[in-house]
Write a protein that binds this ligand. Structure first.
Ligand SMILES: NC(=O)c1ccc[n+]([C@@H]2O[C@H](COP(=O)([O-])OP(=O)(O)OC[C@H]3O[C@@H](n4cnc5c(N)ncnc54)[C@H](OP(=O)(O)O)[C@@H]3O)[C@@H](O)[C@H]2O)c1
Length: 288
C-alpha cells in the first residue's frame, strides 16, 4: 500500500493519478477528504482510499500510515513545512514503512540562497538518517505555476527579476509519472533525482513563445528583486514569505545558470518529458 500526502495538490494529485493508471492501490490523505474526493476523476477515485490527516497532528498521521509500505511525501510551502514533513518521517518510522519518496527542490543545501531549499535540505538529511529507503525528487519550476501569471499575460505583460537568465521548467504531471515509476519498482532503490524538462527558457524567450502562440505581443518587464517583491505583495496580493520565495528562486536562476537535464526523468519513465510549448498550447484559454 502506498500513502500519498498532499494528494489534493499539484505533485500529490499527479502521483495519485499516475499510480491509479498503473493499477497500484493507494491511500490518499487530505485535511479535507470531501474536497479531495470531489476533485478526483472516477477511475482514480475507484482505486483510492481517502483518509483524513493533518501533518500538524502526529496521531492522525500514524492512523493514516498504519499497515502501509511506502509514502509519497509532498507538502505545500509555508512557515510550518519543515515541522510537518519531519512529523511525517517520524510517523513513517514508527509505523514501520520501508520507503519514502520526498518532493524536494533544487539547491537543497545548508547554505542555499533559497530559504525553502534550506528547509528541504534539513528534511532530506533527516530522511536519509531515518533508516528508511529514501528517494528524493528535486524538480525545477512547475509549468503549472505559470497559470498564476494569467492575469498579467491577459494584460500583455509578464513581470520578473531574472533578466535574461534561463529557468528550467518541468510539468508537475511528469513529477507524478517519475514518482509513480519509483513507487512501483519491485524493490525500493532510493536515490536523488533532479527533474527538468528538455529545455530551459528565459523570461524574454517565454514571452516570445507566448506572443507567437497567442498571436499578440506579450512583453517582459524586469522589475529587479525589490520591485518584483513589491509588485507581488502590493499588486498580486501574495503573502510576504511567498513573494520572498519567488524572488529568491529568480535570483538563484540568475546566480547559477540553469541547464536542462532530463537524464533522470528518461531513465525512470523511459520517455521524454512534456514540453513547455505543449503545456502552453493546452492552457492558452487561461491566457486569452
Ligand atoms: N512550485 C514549484 O515550481 C516547485 C518547484 C520545485 C519544488 N517544489 C516543491 O514542491 C512542493 C509542493 O508541491 P505541490 O505544488 O504539489 O504542493 P501544493 O499543491 O502547494 O500543496 C500540496 C498539499 O499540501 C497539503 N498540506 C498542506 N498543509 C498540510 C498539512 N498540515 N497536513 C497535511 N497536508 C498538508 C495540502 O493538502 P490538503 O489541503 O488536502 O490537506 C496540499 O494539497 C514544495 O515542497 C515545493 O518546495 C515546488
Amino acid at each position: 500500500m502506498i500513502v500519498i500526502m498532499g494528494a489534493a495538490g499539484a505533485t500529490g494529485g499527479a502521483t495519485l493519478r499516475s499510480l491509479a493508471a498503473l493499477g497500484a492501490p493507494t491511500r490518499a490523505l487530505s485535511r479535507d477528504p470531501a474536497r479531495l474526493a470531489a476533485a478526483l476523476d472516477g477511475p482514480t477515485l475507484a482505486r483510492t482510499a481517502i483518509l483524513p490527516a493533518d501533518a500538524a497532528d502526529p496521531v492522525s498521521l500514524r492512523a493514516a500510515f498504519h499497515g502501509a509500505r511506502q509514502l509519497f511525501l509532498t507538502m505545500a510551502n509555508g512557515p510550518h513545512q519543515v515541522r510537518h514533513e519531519l512529523n511525517a518521517i517520524e510517523a513513517a518510522v514508527d509505523c514501520g514503512l520501508e520507503h519514502v519518496v520526498k518532493v524536494s527542490a533544487p539547491a537543497a543545501e545548508p547554505d542555499s540562497p533559497v530559504a525553502v531549499s534550506r528547509g528541504h535540505h534539513l528534511v532530506e538529511e533527516r530522511l536519509r538518517a531515518s533508516g528508511l529507503t529514501a528517494t528524493v525528487l528535486r524538480p525545477y519550476a512547475f509549468m503549472q505555476k505559470l497559470l498564476l501569471l494569467a492575469p498579467g499575460i491577459a494584460a500583455g505583460v509578464v513581470h520578473g527579476a531574472m533578466g535574461r537568465a534561463r529557468c528550467n521548467y518541468v510539468d508537475a504531471r511528469d513529477v507524478g509519472d517519475a514518482a509513480a515509476a519509483v513507487l512501483t519498482r519491485p524493490e525500493p532503490a532510493g536515490g536523488t533525482y533532479p527533474l527538468t524538462g528538455g529545455r530551459a527558457y528565459s523570461h524574454p524567450e517565454l514571452t516570445a513563445l507566448l506572443s507567437e502562440l497567442l498571436g499578440r505581443p506579450i512583453r517582459y518587464l524586469d522589475l529587479g528583486p525589490s520591485g518584483l517583491h513589491a509588485h507581488l505583495v502590493g499588486r498580486a496580493g501574495m503573502p510576504d514569505w511567498l513573494a520572498r520565495h519567488v524572488v529568491e528562486i529568480q535570483q538563484l536562476a540568475t546566480g547559477r545558470p540553469e541547464t536542462p537535464d532530463d537524464t533522470a526523468f528518461r531513465r525512470l519513465t523511459g520517455r521524454a518529458p512534456r514540453t513547455l510549448e505543449a503545456f502552453l498550447r493546452e492552457n492558452l484559454h487561461h491566457f486569452r
